[in-house]
Design a binder for this molecule. Sequence first.
Ligand SMILES: [Zn+2]
Length: 151
Amino acid sequence: MTRPQRAGRVVTAQTVRVGDTVHVRGAYRTVRNLRALAGGDRLLVFDGGITYRLLSWVPLNAARPQPEPVTAPVRGWCVEPDTRPDAEPVTHAMQCTTCAKASAGFEDPEGARRWAGEHTGRLPTHRSYRQLTRRPWHTTPAPQETHHGPR
Ligand SMILES: [Zn+2]
């Protein structure tokens, strides 16, 4: 069973493809190779032998060569994840659902994962977390229609 694939600007370990340009380690890089890892993770390989372990539960900003709007404009504005080079980074935090304490935001989700393990290590009855992802978005004027007649 396949779902229709749209040219989104966010990819995951399940949807990333060779040729995607993704934002990792502070820069946009083009995926040259992919390797499956345990737990549904993917090892992304970039030029120069740079690698990045994409955890199975982490969405990644991607700039595809032919991006299309992923959603309909709202009142004449496209509202989309901000993938420009100067956008704020996507960060991941964990929040304990028992005591509501939350970690700092990490660009590398491993930092949030490690915080949760350490939190449960200190407070063994605190075992449920919610992932808090901060993702920059921006708005751009939607393409104008070619006719200008009154409606
Ligand atoms: Zn807690």
